[in-house]
Design a protein around this ligand. Structure first.
Ligand SMILES: Nc1ncnc2c1ncn2[C@@H]1O[C@H](COP(=O)(O)OP(=O)(O)OP(=O)(O)O)[C@@H](O)[C@H]1O
Ligand SMILES: O=C(O)[C@@H](O)C(=O)CO
Length: 417
């Protein structure tokens, strides 16, 4: 095993795993920390945690346990994957987890690289941009759990970690890997523990990846994965086959959409124009025990059509607000999640083998209900959204973060079988 990744959430884990496969590394993902060692026939393994916004002590404990498990599997380098929008607060969890991982590894320096240019996340003079807007001026400023009101990554990291942060700006990055290595030495000599690295195009990430070859721990979004994977080129076999183990097969398919993001709303609208659709009634989800059977019957009656049926709770911001005011945000989202969870189990039992799911939480719930605890990563449908195939079951999943994929995502996903 070459590379071990610790990801702080579920779709974030799948995101980086997709980029590793795209760059030739056979990759598997495990959900949570396995209780024992595993026979792993892959180049990289990604452990997905739920540590982004849990209490900091818990995030540290889980991340260190993941690191130790990855060390026991023989990994040689470690990657802490967090969100490309640096989702965190002044208490953490990015800084404290980075510190804990450095301590366990006996290291005193790493990089901070959230950039993911292909999805519009860029870093310029140490400031993070989302689709050309400063992070603090993007929708992330209103995030319910981790509102991001400062775009300066050095400030963000200093506030939540025990060391000091320096910057390697784009002028140095553009001089290439050797210059970047020189900057690492310079920053270390100044007593810095973390280097924020500018990156706004793929070439930057390749050079940063090369320079980071000797770092035991790197930290970042999924963009850096391409640069890191290239370092292992000479150790990789069957690079063109890396996606094979996770490729989906033609089989009965269903789509669940539990995300209310702007992009998912567009994707659902477009898909409804050409495929069978079922809009979930939130009140029925909460009050009618038989509702899941009705939805199940509807899905089964549409599985022979050329495009898979979609069941969705997706609503635009206004409609969602009305629902939440009427029933409560927690109660209504729980009811939707429970419906998807029960429906997934019934559909699997009746022969559905491919599940396309929109929404991070929704994906987590469905994967858990289907008892998928590890999978091979297959081809990327969109940047950061690969098909994945369960290791111990005949089941393929496409798990989409809320805002990922273009408007045609649901049809594109079905083009792989
Ligand atoms: N119509 C609705 N009414 C109430 N809650 C809903 C409705 N539709 C979806 N939800 C809930 O909203 C939450 C959406 O979270 P989820 O993580 O699945 O999507 P997302 O936030 O768009 O994705 P990501 O976290 O990847 O950005 C889920 O708990 C879901 O059950
Ligand atoms: O980095 C990202 O933007 C995503 O992988 C993510 O973490 C979604 O929660």
């Amino acid at each position: 095993m070459l590379l071990g990744v610790i990801a702080d959430d579920f779709t974030g884990a799948t995101d980086i795993a997709g980029f590793l496969v795209e760059n030739g590394m056979r990759t598997i993902q495990v959900n949570g920390i396995p209780s024992a060692n595993m026979e792993i026939n892959a180049d990289a393994v990604v452990v997905s945690l739920k540590s982004r916004s849990c209490p900091t002590e818990q995030a540290i404990e889980q991340s260190v346990a993941a690191l130790k498990w990855l060390q026991a599997q023989g990994c040689q380098q470690f990657y802490f994957k967090y969100c490309s929008t640096f989702d965190s607060t002044a208490k953490g969890n990015i800084g404290p987890v980075t510190d804990a991982l450095l301590d366990v590894l006996g290291e005193d320096f790493t990089i901070v690289c959230p950039a993911l240019p292909v999805n519009g996340r860029t870093v310029f003079n140490g400031h993070l941009f989302v689709l050309g807007q400063l992070l603090s001026e993007s929708g992330m400023r209103n995030h319910p759990v981790t509102p991001m009101t400062n775009s300066n990554l050095m400030d963000l990291m200093d506030a939540q970690s025990k060391g000091k942060t320096g910057l390697i700006n784009y002028q140095s990055i553009e001089q290439g890997a050797d210059a970047i290595i020189g900057e690492f030495a310079e920053l270390k000599a100044q007593g810095k523990r973390y280097a924020v690295v500018d990156a706004f195009k793929a070439e930057h990430l390749n050079e940063i990846g090369k320079a980071a070859r000797s770092l035991k721990l790197v930290t970042g979004g999924s963009g850096l994965a391409a640069g890191i994977a290239k370092n292992w080129d000479e150790h990789l076999q069957d690079q063109t086959q890396a996606k094979q183990a996770g490729h989906p097969a033609k089989a009965p398919t269903v789509i669940f959409s539990g995300s209310c993001s702007v992009m998912t709303n567009k994707q659902v609208e477009l898909y409804k124009a050409k495929a069978p659709f079922f809009a979930l009634d939130i009140e029925q989800c909460m009050s009618n025990e038989n509702y899941v059977n009705d939805v199940f019957d509807w899905v089964i009656s549409h599985t022979n059509e050329s495009l898979a049926p979609i069941v969705y709770a997706t609503a635009d911001a206004e409609k969602l607000k009305t629902i939440q005011q009427q029933y409560g945000a927690e109660t209504s989202s729980q009811a939707v999640e429970t419906l998807f969870s029960l429906l997934a189990i019934k559909l699997q039992d009746s022969g559905i083998r491919n599940f396309i799911v929109a929404g991070g939480e929704t994906s987590g719930v469905v994967t858990q209900s289907l008892k998928v605890d590890s999978f091979h990563i297959g081809p990327q449908i969109a940047p950061g959204v690969p098909w994945v195939k369960a290791i111990n079951q005949d089941l393929s999943l496409a798990l989409k973060s809320g805002n990922f994929g273009d408007e045609h995502f649901f049809t594109t996903a079905q083009g792989y079988f």
